[in-house]
Design a protein around this ligand. Structure first.
Ligand SMILES: C[S@@+](CC[C@H](N)C(=O)[O-])C[C@H]1O[C@@H](n2cnc3c(N)ncnc32)[C@H](O)[C@@H]1O
Length: 380
C-alpha cells in the first residue's frame, strides 16, 4: 500500500493512496471536506472563546485522525479522544499523532455509540462526522455532552433530508421532507428538529449557533443547555412548513399537533407539508461575527471560501425561515429574471427584510409575501 502526505491547516497527515473517495477506502479521507474541517476549527475556536476553558473534545468518527489532530494544534484544548472502528484507521491515527507531535490526543477503537454512552457528561464538544446519516448517534451524543457543551453534526444523506427519497427521511428523522427550491434549508431544519426532540428526552435544550449546506453535505453547530423549562421553551420552535407548488406561497405553523390548513389562501392550490422540523433560528449572527474575526487569524487554504460562506450566512442570519428562488418565480410569471440586486434593493426600499442566501445563488430571503415578490419582479 502506497501512502501520501497531505497538508491542511497546521497539520501534515499520512493517508493510504486511493483511487476514488469512498466509504470503501482503506482509511477514509475526503479532500472536499477541507472546508468543513476549516469551518469546524473556526467554530470551535469561537466556542472556546465563549466558554473560556480549554476544551475536552470527542472526535467520534476519526478516519485518518485529521480532525482531532487539527483540533489539538489549532484550538485551545485539554483532552481530545479520536475514535474509529476501523483498525487500519487506528494505526494511521497513531502514526499521524506522532508525525504531528501532539500530546493531548488519545486514540480509541470503539463503536461511537458505545464510547459516547460510556462517557456520560464528559465532553465540552462532540463531533459526529459519520458516513451518511448521523441519526443513529444523536441520542448517545445527548448523553455524553456536558450542559453548555457544543454538538457538531455532519449529514451526507442529503437526498433523504431534501426529499428526493421521502421514506428514508421519515424512517431516520421521523419527519416528512419536501422537494422545493429551499429543500436544503428544509433538510437542515429537519435534522435540527430531530436533534431537538432527542435531546429534549434528557431535559437538554438546543441553541443553534451556525449551520450550512455545502457540496454534498450539511453541517450544524449547536450549544446545549440543561433544564426542563428551557427545553419545553425550545420545543416551541418545532413545527411544519406548508408550501404551495402552484403559486409558491409558503407558511409556517409551530406546535406538535397544530391544525394544518390544506388549501393555499393565495391561490386555492393544495398545500404540501414538510415536518415536523425546526422553525427557529438556524444561525446566530454574534457567533458568525466571532467566526469571521477568527478567520482573519487562522492559517488555512480555503480562507476565501470561508469568508464568502460566513458573510452570506451573516447576511441571512436574522431573516425569516425559507427563501424565494428568483428564477422559479420568474418562470411562473413567464418572464426572464430581473437582476437579483434590483429585487433586493426594491424590497429594502419598501421596508422588508431582504438578503441573499448561502443556500442558493438565485435565492432571496425576505419577509415579503409571494404576492409582493410577484409584483416587484413584474415591475422590474
Ligand atoms: C466520514 S468518515 C470520518 C472522516 C473524518 N472525520 C475526517 O474529517 O476526515 C467516517 C469514519 O467513521 C468510521 N466509522 C463508521 N462507523 C463507525 C462507528 N459506528 N463508530 C465509530 N466509527 C465509525 C469509519 O471507519 C470512518 O473512518
Amino acid at each position: 500500500m502506497q501512502n501520501k502526505i497531505i497538508n491542511e491547516g497546521l497539520v501534515s497527515i499520512k493517508i493510504p493512496e486511493f483511487e476514488k473517495v469512498s466509504s470503501k477506502a482503506p482509511v477514509f479521507y475526503n479532500p472536499v471536506m477541507e472546508l468543513n474541517r476549516d469551518l469546524s476549527v473556526i467554530a470551535l475556536n469561537q466556542y472556546q472563546k465563549m466558554v473560556g476553558n480549554p476544551l475536552n473534545i470527542c472526535d467520534a468518527f476519526g478516519g485518518s485522525g485529521i480532525r482531532g489532530i487539527r483540533y489539538s494544534k489549532e484550538i485551545d484544548s485539554n483532552k481530545i479522544i479520536t475514535n474509529d472502528v476501523n483498525p487500519l484507521a487506528i494505526d494511521f491515527i497513531r502514526s499521524n499523532i506522532d508525525l504531528n507531535k501532539v500530546d493531548n490526543v488519545s486514540v480509541c477503537r470503539e463503536d461511537a455509540n458505545l464510547l459516547l454512552r460510556k462517557c456520560k457528561g464528559k465532553f465540552d464538544v462532540v463531533d459526529i462526522d459519520p458516513f451518511g446519516t448521523p441519526s443513529y448517534y444523536i441520542e448517545s451524543a445527548a448523553i455524553s455532552l456536558k450542559s453548555g457543551g457544543l454538538l457538531c453534526v455532519s449529514a451526507t444523506d442529503t437526498s433523504s433530508l431534501c426529499g428526493t427519497y421521502k421514506n428514508p427521511c421519515i424512517r431516520k428523522y421521523s419527519s416528512k421532507p419536501l422537494k422545493t427550491e429551499y429543500c436544503h434549508e428544509n433538510g437542515i431544519r429537519i435534522l435540527i428538529g430531530f436533534i431537538a426532540r432527542v435531546f429534549a428526552k434528557y431535559k437538554k435544550s438546543i441553541q443553534v449557533q451556525f449551520s450550512h449546506s455545502s457540496e454534498h453535505y450539511m453541517r450544524i453547530y449547536l450549544t446545549i443547555q440543561k433544564g426542563a423549562a428551557i427545553t419545553d421553551q425550545s420545543l416551541m420552535d418545532i413545527g411544519f412548513i406548508l408550501h404551495c407548488k402552484n403559486c409558491l406561497n409558503r407558511d409556517l405553523v409551530t406546535g406538535f399537533a397544530p391544525f394544518l390548513p390544506s388549501i393555499c389562501p393565495v391561490c386555492d392550490g393544495d398545500y404540501n407539508i414538510a415536518g415536523p422540523l425546526w422553525c427557529g433560528k438556524i444561525f446566530d449572527s454574534d457567533f458568525i461575527n466571532g467566526m469571521i474575526n477568527i478567520t482573519d487569524d487562522v492559517i488555512i487554504n480555503k480562507k476565501k471560501e470561508v469568508y464568502k460562506l460566513l458573510n452570506l450566512c451573516r447576511e441571512e442570519a436574522d431573516g425569516p425561515p425559507t427563501f424565494f428562488d428568483l428564477h422559479r418565480i420568474s418562470k411562473k410569471l413567464k418572464m426572464s429574471a430581473p437582476p437579483l440586486d434590483k429585487v433586493l434593493t426594491q424590497l429594502l426600499k419598501e421596508g422588508y427584510f431582504a438578503s441573499r442566501t448561502h443556500f442558493k445563488p438565485t435565492g432571496i430571503r425576505t419577509n415579503a409575501s409571494i404576492e409582493t415578490m410577484d409584483k416587484i419582479i413584474l415591475s422590474l
